[in-house]
Design a protein around this ligand. Structure first.
Ligand SMILES: NC(=O)c1ccc[n+]([C@@H]2O[C@H](COP(=O)([O-])OP(=O)(O)OC[C@H]3O[C@@H](n4cnc5c(N)ncnc54)[C@H](OP(=O)(O)O)[C@@H]3O)[C@@H](O)[C@H]2O)c1
Length: 262
């Protein structure tokens, strides 16, 4: 992983997975731009990282569901040529069924988990493509592969992140840009409490440091999709092989026999 002289911009860096990425990237020599709403927490983490690792750390207070705030972060990504890594980590979950969800809250979730990730990626890519190098880490979720989980549209937002990452890798791999989708399962952070759930009531919860360390192994290996909790890697490979086996069969002038009406 190239780190010297490079800056990483990490969204949702005030706590949880994002704060751990900030710490691990500082340990690898990255300078940092930390983004979140809670400026006190960002400043406290920035001071700790400057002192522990001797790296430069800027903080940006932004609510990524607010278009003006989002624009400021996009501007930073477009105008700062030192940024070689974007970690799209900020995200939220809502628990409960689709029909019980408030449509305005669903829109806000899409703004954060989908729209902000998309716009920040576009902003980062402008400079990365011009420089012929750069990396983007998108924090998705195993729920993106498990839409049956009773989490309303959360799984759909994370499916988007997985699909966007795969599309970008296919489009940009040859151009020197690497995009990784990270799919954590339950990880001990505040996201559960924020969504009204008790993380201690769950089985099989991973500690955040182990999750991020594992995800960075996947990053170093240049994996497109990294699933830290999946022990049997052949399951993912079989899933991908089955998906890709379908692709050559989609271009057809006629519907399949089972749908024929004449
Ligand atoms: N923990 C898990 O079990 C788990 C599993 C799979 C995937 N994930 C994904 O991992 C990512 C990080 O989640 P986490 O578990 O670390 O959650 P977390 O502890 O709740 O942290 C979320 C981070 O996002 C920031 N954030 C939330 N809303 C924001 C907004 N509107 N604008 C800007 N920043 C915002 C928060 O900071 P402020 O409140 O200061 O803004 C915080 O830094 C998310 O994308 C999540 O979907 C988590």
């Amino acid at each position: 992983m190239t780190s010297l002289h490079s800056t990483a911009l990490v969204t949702g860096a005030s706590t949880g997975i994002g704060a751990m990425y900030a710490k691990k990237l500082a340990g690898r020599g990255y300078h940092l731009v930390l983004v979140a709403r809670d400026i006190k927490r960002l400043e406290s983490l920035a001071a700790e990282l400057r002192s522990d690792f001797g790296v430069q750390v800027d903080v940006v207070r932004a609510d990524l569901t607010n278009p003006q705030d989002l624009y400021q972060v996009e501007k930073r990504l477009r105008e700062d040529p030192a940024i070689g890594l974007l970690v799209n980590n900020a995200g939220a979950a809502n628990h409960g069924s689709f029909i019980d969800a408030d449509p305005d809250k669903m829109e806000t979730l899409i703004d954060l988990n989908v729209l902000a990730v998309t716009r920040l990626t576009a902003a980062a890519l402008a400079g990365m493509l011009a420089r012929g190098q750069g990396s983007i880490i998108n924090i998705a979720s195993v729920v993106g592969l498990a839409p049956e989980f009773p989490l309303g549209i959360y799984g759909a937002t994370k499916s988007f992140v997985i699909a966007m990452s795969q599309a970008l890798n296919a489009e940009l791999g040859e151009k020197g840009i690497y995009v990784q989708a990270v799919l954590p399962a339950a990880t001990r952070t505040e996201i559960w409490e924020r969504a009204g759930r008790d993380v201690n009531a769950l089985q099989g919860v991973m500690e955040v440091e182990e999750m991020v360390d594992a995800a960075l192994v996947g990053f170093d290996r240049r994996e497109t999709v990294t699933i830290p909790p999946l022990h049997d890697e052949s399951l993912w490979q079989a899933y991908e092989t089955a998906r890709q086996a379908m692709l050559p069969h989609f271009a057809q002038s006629h519907a399949a026999d089972r749908y024929q009406t004449k």
